[in-house]
Design a protein around this ligand. Structure first.
Ligand code: ATP
Length: 358
């Protein structure tokens, strides 16, 4: 048996080859495997319908697995033959719409799940959660009199009060404005780290996943495409789908000669031996591309998107390929400027070229 590395933290959750189908023969998630360490924050990231909420629901126990196994805190809570009900899994949930009890005060909402403790311990835990989430002054208010951000804090305090094995959050910021979302992401991350609570958060926004997660699980059509840190996803995506989902990415044709990739924008050493065919696609990120005005350049600026600190340019190459480059805002190039490109492929990422592209 493989021994874990000596500094590995204990695992809170293991999902092993889990498939879940609402209708026979049409799995919503298929053969999904990943593990969550104590205190780790995971984001489930992917487009609409890829299976993010389903993954959360099988972990919480609202859906059964069709195959595979879920181990929570060292207990097998879901197999084909065994289904531990949600209330026995000790998992906290925060939903999009917060689901607060309208007839209960903030304090009573937060204390709702604290049923098996003495009155003193209950009050102590409520006070602690109210203080941690900055709600102490609002303890007697009712949900309808709170802002969206305050309601979300109540939902978080209520979910965390019973000290769950882990916290599951389904698009928790989707009802908040951009400013509030930015603050709540930081607050939530700090709170989870302070309490050393593991969490899985569903989002379709890679910016949110990058801001919140230690590790991101990218799902596509019910399958796990990659499970890695935000940096690894961006710099070493496992597939063209992941490359495009976590940021702007272009792919230009290249050919491998010995240990070098030759493309129309330059030649780069291969980072490691490549087993696939010689005709490949090379990923180019806008931050790899430096733009210079040149009458004899290889492309023309076709589009321009001001993004604040930088401008994203779309450059049509003489060969017809489109690549994007970003430059700091003060360096401005009008549309139709002929330019040359200096590409530094800091992380040379290569994929097989589909047969019809060769
Ligand atoms: P979104 O970002 O839009 O919320 P998601 O990634 O969370 O999507 P899921 O809600 O997990 O995706 O859905 C995965 C697949 O399962 C989809 O094809 C969806 O239509 C299907 N599905 C979800 N819930 C049910 C259900 N109760 N009955 C039948 N099919 C369902």
């Amino acid at each position: 048996m493989t021994q874990p590395p000596p500094n590995a933290k204990p695992l809170v959750l293991e999902i092993k080859n889990v498939t879940c189908a609402y209708e026979a023969g049409r799995p919503a998630i298929e053969d999904v495997s990943f593990a969550v360490q104590k205190g780790e924050i995971i984001c489930l990231l992917g487009p609409s319908g890829c299976g993010k909420t389903t993954t959360l629901r099988v972990i919480a126990g609202f859906e059964s697995v069709s195959s595979g196994e879920i181990i929570l805190n060292e207990n097998a809570v879901a197999t084909v033959d065994r289904h531990v009900p949600p209330e026995q899994r000790h998992v906290g949930m925060v939903f999009q719409e917060y689901a607060l009890f309208p007839h209960l005060t903030v304090e009573k909402n937060v204390g709702f799940g604290l049923t098996h403790v003495s009155a003193n311990d209950r009050q102590r835990q409520i006070d602690k959660m109210l203080a941690l989430t900055g709600l102490s002054d609002l303890a007697d208010r009712y949900p309808h009199s709170l802002s969206g951000g305050q309601q979300q804090r109540v939902a978080l305090a209520r979910a965390l009060a019973p000290q769950p094995v882990m916290l599951l959050l389904d698009e928790p910021f989707s009802n908040l404005g951009p400013d509030m979302t930015y603050h709540m992401r930081r607050e939530l991350r700090q709170l989870l780290k302070k309490l050393r609570t593991s969490a899985i958060l569903v989002t379709h926004d890679h910016v949110e996943a990058f801001a919140m997660a230690d590790t991101v699980a990218v799902l596509n059509h019910g399958k796990l495409e990659q499970f890695a840190s935000p940096e690894t996803l961006y710099n070493h995506p496992a597939s063209p789908f992941v490359a495009k989902f976590v940021g702007q990415a272009d792919f230009i044709p290249g050919t491998i000669h010995d240990s070098t990739i030759v493309t129309e924008l330059g030649e780069w050493p291969l980072p490691q031996p490549y087993q696939g065919p010689r005709d490949v696609l090379v990923m180019i990120r806008p931050d790899d591309v430096r733009i210079e005005k040149s009458e004899t350049g290889c492309g023309i600026i076709e589009s321009r998107e001001f993004r604040g600190s930088d401008v994203l340019y779309g450059i049509r190459l003489n060969t017809g390929e489109l690549v994007h480059g970003s430059e700091p805002s003060p360096r401005s190039f009008p549309i139709k400027t002929r330019v040359k490109l200096n590409v530094t492929a800091t992380h040379t990422v290569v994929f097989d070229r589909p047969a019809h592209d060769s």
